[in-house]
Design a protein around this ligand. Structure first.
Ligand code: AMP
Length: 467
């Protein structure tokens, strides 16, 4: 992949009862050598909106299902639109002025390009006024910078929430579209020597995704981003004993190597590195990284040796894989802050790239540990994502984080959850923020049965005096 690829976003809409199946089929049909589907937001179903610009109003037409899809493409905007229109026709679209539509595809954004022709305007001129566009876009690209002085997606969504919170509340959450496979051969590398031989021969740029296995769509999102931005991708699978404290779940941490490899073959990874512990840690191993700064509060305070274990293994894997780009999930926001600081402080070559958190349709952040939750535990775990959502809504109208935190705490108390912490922090320093002057992270950890669950969400003040 990669040469000449440009990032772009498409909006999909349909009034058909089988809209979700249509979106699945649409993504499968669009993907080819010139267009890779990188991610797709959970769909939302809401009222039909007629008209344009400020006169947009719900007029009682058929319910519409919408989502936003991130792609990497070699197609110029006009050629991309032509592909989209072909797919609309293939799915039976008739432009007869009626509200019913089998499939509607809009080009929202195409890199930094602006287009103003009779057939196509990019950025899409109405995207900033539409909750059914901004909410899905926020789920897959919250910190994407919008052109034309609109700021980040999270800031634009927060401004619209401040003006019209009802438009977000009417959106019913549905599952995300199924992403099409990106078949690859995925060579298994079992030790450092095999990895080194693969790395020395890998042509072009190399993307690296470091995981502890038990893969799910959250990990696969990292792999898809890596495949879109690099010529070769290697995924590491290693349950790192150094980052587990005493009494934590090292022994029962799920290990699912064959299923993981099958998923990676479907998702475009070229190689998977599955070292044994003594390949990385000889018996007299005695050198460790000691992170300070952003490692000190929250997880660092509760799990005193955790980040030392994370930074030590990431540095080792970084040296062995020599990434042009290494991908980490925002779900572990403090880990991202600690590793970003390490990459800067130790002058590591290559870039650390952050991928937005993938949530299940019910709102739970995907985690290898979710398999520990039974139905009842899962239902109460949802209180955390609900609290973060309520905090985003509170931030639309209120910049003081104490007020925003109270709104979140009330939801957690209502859900009867055991809360370890809930905070609003600067994403780089992990220090608490008192007033939202730029996007900050709301993050929390709750305990459900014996399982610790963490999640976070970007907040921006949407009120009139936002800077
Ligand atoms: P783990 O295997 O839990 O160590 O995670 C490996 C990588 O996947 C880390 O960078 C995590 O932040 C990332 N990750 C885990 N869950 C998710 C998720 N739901 N969405 C995005 N990234 C994730």
């Amino acid at each position: 992949m990669t040469a000449g690829l440009q990032g772009a976003f498409l909006a999909l809409g349909s009034t058909a009862p089988d809209a979700l199946d249509r979106f699945d089929a649409c993504l499968a049909a669009l993907q080819d050598d010139d267009l890779q589907i990188v991610s797709a937001a959970p769909c939302v179903r809401g009222p039909f909106v007629a008209g344009v610009g400020a006169s947009e109003a719900s007029d009682g037409g058929p319910a519409v299902t919408n989502t936003v899809v991130r792609i990497a493409t070699r197609l110029e905007p006009a050629a991309l639109l032509a592909r989209a229109l072909d797919e609309e026709v293939r799915q039976g679209r008739v432009r007869d002025g009626q509200p019913e539509r089998s499939l509607d595809i809009d080009v929202l954004l195409h890199g930094e390009t602006t287009v103003e022709t009779a057939d196509l305007v990019v950025p899409h001129p109405r995207m900033f006024d539409r909750a059914f566009v901004l909410q899905p876009l926020e789920a897959i690209a919250p910190m994407h910078r919008l052109p034309g002085g609109h700021g980040t997606v999270v800031a634009a969504a927060s401004r619209l929430r401040a003006q019209d919170s009802g438009a977000f509340e009417t959106l019913e959450p549905l599952r995300a579209p199924v992403l099409p496979a990106l078949p690859a051969s995925c060579t298994r590398l079992e030790d450092g020597a095999a990895l080194e031989a693969w790395r020395a021969e890998a042509p072009g740029s190399v993307g690296v995704v470091m995981t502890m296995g038990a893969l799910h769509e959250g990990h696969l999102a990292l792999v898809r981003h890596a495949c879109a931005e690099n010529d070769r991708v290697v995924v590491t699978l290693f349950v790192n004993p150094l980052q587990f404290g005493e009494g934590e779940d090292l022994a029962r941490y799920p290990r699912t190597l064959e299923a993981d490899e099958a998923l990676l073959r479907q998702t475009g990874a070229d190689a998977v590195y599955v070292p044994a512990p003594d390949d990385l840690y000889p018996s007299d191993f005695s050198t460790f990284i000691e992170p300070e700064g952003p490692a000190q509060g929250f997880e660092g305070a509760r799990r005193p040796t955790h980040f030392r274990g994370v930074t030590t293994i990431v540095l080792k894997l970084w040296m062995r894989t020599r990434p042009d780009r290494a991908y980490f999930g925002r779900k572990d926001a403090q880990q991202v802050a600690v590793l970003t600081r390490m990459v800067r402080d130790l002058d590591l070559p290559g870039a650390l790239c952050v991928v937005p958190t993938v949530h299940a349709a019910d709102g739970l952040a995907l985690s290898s540990r979710n398999r520990y939750l039974d139905g009842e535990a899962r239902a109460s775990a949802l209180g955390l994502s609900r609290a973060l959502r309520v905090m985003a809504q509170a931030a639309a109208e209120e910049a003081r984080t104490e007020t925003i935190l109270s709104a979140g705490r009330a939801v957690l108390a209502d859900a009867g959850l055991e809360v370890e912490y809930l905070a609003v922090v600067d994403a780089e320093t992990m220090l608490p923020v008192e007033t939202l002057s730029r996007p900050a992270l709301a993050m929390g950890v709750v305990r459900v049965a014996a399982t610790r669950l963490l999640d976070n969400r970007w907040l921006a003040f949407g009120g009139a005096s936002a800077s």
